[in-house]
Design a protein around this ligand. Structure first.
Ligand code: 6R9
Length: 571
């Protein structure tokens, strides 16, 4: 372990005295900054967009600085406000109302953001889907949520199993020459005809706004439900953790299909009225550096997997770019290696601030703040207003330096309010007043938290959560596969890669071509990031007597580790 401590950052910080603030802070104080504190009228879309659009000093400021390999566009707060009003009117025209689920399945584009805020403005619940999802992933989510409207593009429409979605009333298609089908709505035609005026639906702080599906170790992905109240914590952490100030140019690399891409790719910067850079398409190290340079990005929020790629592509690539504007750098999604922090100090002369949180938590909880020392390898300390601890399986706190369940005292402003259609799953997260994360960690004597691993079998590949059950289920649909067990295998760049162990049905021979065919089957059925990078054919897959796949055992075998207790193993 690298024990070298990196001193606090010099200069002004939005949260200067951590200890003192922690002692005196209450979330009630933070509410004073919101218009609804006086008017009683709440909508996160108003606070993030319309409030700035109504401010003569702010309305012409660039809200969205968008670029992709094909397109470049700057959108002001006023334009984004009007475009989202238009989209809200389109949704209303097709009888969409408060509480309805409206899903977005498309790549990032200015239209995405107009549609997203249009959904929130009518009080409906937005469900952003990662653009790489294939048919089954799309079907599972639209079925479980009983989505009423889907917004997508001609490139992706073939992955929507329209016959299996009885609740889906309309599909809004963003593209030219939209086919004339009863369910289809032509986005551009409707937007051209829609009014720029819309009177926003005022909702309650506890009303729903967002559904993010995420993977657990068993069952299908779960719909994590977030409410407007989350804005309080997005707003607080945008200041304390992202350290955003009025003139910053901010870039978050995450896709809005994942929680980082909404909480911190949409809400946090815009609640503060800061210019938000969005780059569509896939990234190479040159793309990353170029986007930082061209936009003069000052604050960058990215993931360890991206940073590790920058480290490995070397100094020559970095030397081509002028990153002198960059002043604050943050990371999320998986453990941040101390070596990457050391690289950041040397190559960029910047500290890299790790942040820990989850889809379920809605916002950052344990972080490295500018005004605190960084202990490389540690996720940092809980933000003011958050109590974090390490608990045993009964929810009792355990002493420092001992490993256990990383837990947060419930509730907090951005916490999920339910799991869609699954109350018992929701309840299973809470023990003795603690939200139990599924991560193991310990806390040291200085109050820093150290991530140790996941306690369940969830795989974290390049920062994306993949449930082994989903991959196993898909593998079993392939005619050659009899049984499947899927694990995460440590990988220096991706954190973990997916490795699948399978047994074959009679009549199938193990061959490179067959394995490649199976891999492609998962890739085209589920998504590219869920396809196993490694596969191995076995004579049998270890199971418990009750028939559960013993992934722990597969992993121990794979890594050459002691196998531990195997008393439940089926003969
Ligand atoms: C925001 C997000 C959550 C899981 C989480 C943990 C892992 C997130 C981390 C981290 C080590 C960090 N994780 N941040 N592990 N250090 N700073 O990533 O949400 O996709 O739900 O993943 O990711 O295992 O439980 P989500």
């Amino acid at each position: 372990m690298d024990m070298q401590v990196i001193p606090a950052r010099e200069g002004n910080h939005n949260l200067h005295d951590y200890e003192k603030t922690r002692e005196s802070f209450s979330w009630e104080d933070m509410k004073k900054d919101f218009s609804w504190n006086e008017t009683g009228k709440v909508n996160i879309a108003y606070e993030a967009i319309d409030r700035h659009a109504k401010n003569p000093k702010k309305k012409d400021k660039v809200a969205l600085a968008y670029s992709s390999p094909e397109r470049e566009e700057k959108v002001t707060f006023e334009t984004l406000s009007k475009e989202s009003n238009k989209f809200a009117n389109v949704l209303k025209k097709y009888n969409t109302n408060k509480g309805d689920r409206v899903f977005l399945f498309m790549s990032r584009s200015p239209e995405f953001y107009a549609a997203f805020f249009g959904i929130l403005k009518i009080g409906a619940i937005a469900g952003p889907l990662f653009e790489a999802f294939m048919e089954q992933a799309v079907r599972d989510r639209l079925q479980d949520s009983e989505a009423k409207i889907l917004i997508t593009t001609p490139e992706l429409i073939d992955r929507v199993p329209q016959d299996e979605l009885p609740n889906l009333e309309k599909i809004i298609i963003i593209g030219n020459n939209v086919e004339n089908k009863e369910r289809y709505i032509d986005y551009y035609q409707e937007m051209d005809a829609a009014s720029e005026e819309f009177s926003i639906e005022w909702v309650d702080l506890e009303d729903g706004m967002l559904l993010h599906y995420t993977s657990g170790s068993t069952g299908k992905p779960k719909g994590v439900y977030h409410v407007h109240n989350a804005m309080i914590q997005h707003y607080a952490t945008a200041q304390w953790v992202l350290d955003l100030k009025e003139d910053d140019v901010y870039w978050c690399t995450a896709d809005p299909g994942w929680v980082t891409g909404t909480s911190y790719g949409i809400f946090a910067p815009w609640l503060l009225g800061v210019t938000n850079v969005v780059r569509g398409g896939r990234f190479t190290p040159d793309d990353w550096y170029q986007t930082l340079e061209e936009n003069k990005v000052t604050v960058w929020y990215t993931a360890p997997t991206a940073l590790r790629r920058l480290v490995s592509c070397g100094q020559e690539v970095l030397d081509k770019y002028d990153l002198s504007q960059l002043r604050h750098l943050l990371s999320v999604g998986e453990p941040l290696n101390p070596e990457v922090i050391t690289w950041g100090m040397k190559a960029l002369n910047l500290r890299i601030h790790d942040t820990w949180w989850m889809t379920e938590t809605g916002a950052q909880l344990i972080v490295n703040l500018p005004s605190l020392e960084i202990h490389p390898g540690s996720m940092g300390k809980p933000i003011p207003g958050i109590e974090a601890s390490i608990v045993d399986n009964e929810g009792n706190e355990i002493p420092p330096n001992q490993m256990g369940n990383l837990a947060i005292k419930a509730p907090w402003p951005a916490m999920m309010r339910k799991i869609w259609n699954n109350q018992s799953k929701y309840e299973s997260y809470f023990i003795n007043g603690w939200y139990v994360s599924g991560d193991s960690a310990y806390k040291d004597e200085d109050g820093y938290f150290w991530f140790q691993g996941r306690l369940d079998d969830v795989i974290n590949t390049s920062g994306e959560r993949v449930g082994p059950f989903e991959v196993e289920s898909k593998l079993l649909e392939h005619p050659a596969v009899a049984e499947a067990g899927v694990i995460g295998k440590p990988d220096p760049v991706r954190g973990e890669i997916i490795k699948a162990f399978i047994t074959l049905n009679a009549g199938y021979e193990n061959s490179e071509e067959l394995l490649e065919d199976i891999r492609k089957f998962v890739k085209t059925g589920l998504s590219a990031h869920a396809a196993p990078r490694e596969m191995e054919v076995k004579d049998s897959i270890p199971k418990t007597r009750s028939g559960k796949i013993m992934r722990r055992l597969l992993k121990s075998w794979e890594l050459g580790l002691p196998t531990g207790d195997t008393s439940t193993l089926e003969e």
